[in-house]
Design a protein around this ligand. Structure first.
Ligand code: FAD
Length: 416
């Protein structure tokens, strides 16, 4: 049942009796070509592109909870492709291009809103670094501009331009960056995959892997064994725990990241704004709430809730750059479990066990990657080789010394 204006009109005139559930509540079948473990954004988009682009339709997505219960429904919804390194920028630009056609592609309103992203800079060296980043983006086909102080004043006159420690000198501006309604992304991909024949199984926890003669032949779940030619793990903050079931240790730590929403305000922010001298980012939702966040909580955890020191730190960041935020009341906040890799970059790769594949290490930036991550993972699963833009997202890169250290911070997950 495709969604359309005509359909809404017809249903409105006939008592809304013709709507069907957006996806079937499937039970696991005995065997599949591919079993995807984890029904977050990345797992669902993988299933969708497997079926739609690569013609692999005997696919199941096994989710231990309900769809959208993980980070896909907990993030601050920012999309962008403002990366520096050649192993990242083409990937994130590909993702942004997929976002741009996504709603037409899966016939679902995900509220993709390209209102732009401002990365503020506060010193001459930081300006030079952002100019370099902007040039790299443009070389990869992305859009980037440098705004001076006057340009930012026109957009956000209320910022603390003359802050004694962090005066605002300009910004890297990506007009095509923006926000997307996060849980609609899960629902849209789920509905799209379901229509192509994918089984989406909720409340089905993977508890082990069926490994026979060194080859992964499927998974053990809370709903019984499910056999598959290829098993694709995609469980974000639970990566280390799930891969440990196959005896694999990962260069990943799980941390909590919190998000905050203020009461609804009149429109004040044109797009997304990030503070270049501290860790604070903010956008405004269509309902008017300021949606913001900052650093991860500074300890390892598998809990989807955070602690007060991080709240104070994030609010200090907000007050430093945008003092008027102190007058807005905080409406709600929550935590999500982020899979912080040792160099801040992700993995889309096969593992040392034949038939077992891994996608993770997205840190706190994996929402924007959702379309490209699913597409590239599906490419690897269907064709047996990495997609051109995800070639270096390999698990052995630490052994080879080929780190993708976007921020140049070294092996410190809390700093990425
Ligand atoms: C507060 C916060 C803000 C963020 N803001 C942004 C942002 O603005 N922009 C951005 O790009 N990124 C952001 N991120 C990061 C982004 O949300 C994640 O990188 C991305 O969503 C992770 O991929 P996912 O959607 O597949 O994860 P998830 O939605 O977490 O999916 C993983 C799924 O695996 C399931 N699972 C776990 N174990 C098992 C098991 N044993 N069996 C079956 N299923 C299992 C989980 O229940 C979960 O549903 C943010 C994250 C958080 C927490």
């Amino acid at each position: 049942m495709p969604y359309s204006a005509m359909r809404i009109l017809k249903e409105g005139l006939t008592g809304n009796r013709g709507w069907r559930p957006a996806w079937r509540d499937a039970e696991p079948g005995p065997g599949y070509d591919v079993v995807v473990v984890g029904g977050g954004g990345h797992g669902l988009s993988t299933a969708y592109y497997l079926a739609k682009t690569f013609g692999v339709t005997r696919v199941a997505v096994l989710e231990k909870n309900w769809l959208g219960s993980g980070n896909v429904g907990r993030n601050t919804t920012i999309i962008r492709s403002n990366y520096l390194l050649p192993d990242n920028e083409p990937f994130y630009e590909f993702s942004l291009q997929l976002w741009e056609n996504l709603e037409q592609d899966f016939n679902f309103n995900a509220m993709v809103s390209q209102r732009g992203i401002l990365n503020l800079f506060h010193s001459d060296p930081q300006r030079d670094a952002f100019v370099r980043r902007g040039n790299t983006m443009r070389l990869a086909g992305a859009d980037a501009e440098i705004l001076d102080e006057e340009g930012i004043r026109r957009m956000c006159p209320y910022l603390d331009f003359e802050n004694a420690r962090f005066p605002i000198r300009g910004a890297l501006w990506q007009p095509r960056g923006g926000t997307v309604r996060h849980d609609a992304v899960a629902w849209g991909y789920a509905r799209g995959a379901d229509r192509l024949g994918v089984d989406i199984v909720q409340k089905c926890e993977v508890t082990g892997f069926l490994i026979e003669d060194g080859i992964c032949k499927g998974v053990e779940t809370s709903k019984g064994s499910v056999r598959a030619e290829r098993t694709a793990v995609c469980v974000a903050g639970s990566s280390s725990r799930v891969m440990a079931l196959a005896g694999i240790r990962l260069p990943i730590e799980s941390h909590v990241l919190q998000a905050f929403v203020s009461e609804g305000l009149k429109p004040v922010l044109p797009g997304v704004m990030t503070f270049g001298a501290g860790h604070f980012y903010v956008s405004q939702s269509d309902k008017g709430g300021l949606v913001f966040g900052g650093d991860i909580d500074g300890y390892n955890s598998y809990a989807q809730r955070g602690n007060l020191p991080a709240v104070e730190d994030v609010c200090e960041g907000g007050m430093a750059i945008m003092p008027m935020i102190g007058r807005a009341r905080l409406l709600r906040m929550w935590g999500g479990l982020v899979d912080m890799s040792m160099d801040g970059s992700a993995f889309i790769d096969r593992t040392e066990i034949d038939g077992l594949y891994f996608n993770g290490g997205w840190c706190y930036g994996g929402f924007k990657a959702t379309p490209a991550s699913g597409y590239c993972y599906a490419h690897l699963l269907a064709r047996g080789e990495p997609h051109a833009v995800a070639r270096e997202m390999r698990l052995d890169r630490f052994r080879r010394g080929h780190l993708i250290d976007e921020k140049g911070q070294g092996a410190q997950p809390n700093l990425h």
